[in-house]
Design a protein around this ligand. Sequence first.
Ligand code: S3P
Length: 450
Amino acid sequence: MELRIKRAPRIDMEIAVPGDKSISHRAVIIAALSNGVCTLGGFLASEDCMRTVNAMRALGVKIEQPAPDKLIVHGKRRVLTPPKKEINCGNSGTTMRLLAGLLSGQTFESRLVGDAGLSRRPMDRVIAPLRQMGANILAEGPEQTPPIRIRGGSLRGIHYRLPIASAQVKGSLLLAGLFAKGKTTVEQRSITRNHTELMLNYFLVRTAKDGDDNISVFGDQVPESRDFSIPGDISSAAFWLVAAAAQPRGHLLVRDIGLNDTRTALLGVLLRMGAQVREAVEDVDQLEPRGVVEVTGVALKGTVIQGKEVPQLIDELPILAVAGALANGTTIIRHAQELRVKESDRIAAIAHNLRSMGTQVTEMKDGLEIHGPAALHGTRVASFGDHRIAMAFAIAGLFADGETIVQDADCIRESYPGFETVLEEFTNSKRMQISTPVIGSLTPAPVEEA
Ligand code: S3P
């Protein structure tokens, strides 16, 4: 599939976005381990999340899907059955890393495979600590890359200090910890998304938290079955929020979106770049805060994104780089070397596409220096097989002269089925009446220390 984009007329929209990807993966896995039937609403029926659903089915869990965004998960009280064949994680790094932890706690043998893209991504980050816990786990690929072969069981709790800020690794170890003897503690030096620990808590699993740094789970617990409703994904909304923020007097309201503060750093950056941003948390009953966000656009100014802010907006960096190209002055993104091992080498992909649209960019080992404001011109851009690159450059196309063509855009289905429909609304800009007043103001996030 190719996306063809033209410049957007004035943006004045109210939208909702599909369910949160990170939360969807975790909800399915933890519900599957629970002691009863759980109904999950707002589930993201994207390719990545369906990989997790099918993996849990392959492990003997009955999961019904009466509507795309509704799952009925029949919890197996932690008793999974050996898969008949290898489990295919497709392009989903979250599926593979979370399952590596879960399967390390099972006594049977399993093998996790991925597509060509996932087969290039590093797995040593989960393999090393899972081995320390006692799992028999190895990567078959040349550089600790997939496939992964696992024979688990008899795990012991460890204290593990994350060498890289990764919520996938934290989640993997906490899931393994559920099957380990004693207490498993993950120490993080930077805050990363906390959906695994919140979901465990929601399912009444005992965890402990010592400051922001140490998160522990106690082994041998069965999650209590409960229903859960997944909020909209702020990382999907990010594309539209940036589009509205970068268009002077552009206006966007996003309803029913997840506002977990380990995920909202994007809003602080948009404020720092000069946009008006307001958020209102409407509900925290299910531990994951959810509410509305409203953005009004301005001529943005460049900013610096670095340090501890980076892990909290890691998935938003491609679209923030596009915001940087549209902003006055220089935008610097540093300490983001993790971008090199995402679904593509995102630093190289962003630099390549921004340059081809007419932006002056310097590529650094761990980031980018982007010189705005660029008069973007439409051209053919590559997705590099990476959903967030495809979507970021579709948004760039809304600000470019002429036509922008995003090639190989099918990968968008990994995280955001329906993106094209909203994109069309933006290019036609059907004016939509905003009815919900948004209260609650935010202050701009200061630039993080290096
Ligand atoms: C995710 C964590 C992040 C993020 C990914 C989803 C998760 O990856 O980029 O899209 O659900 O835990 P890392 O853990 O590699 O930072």
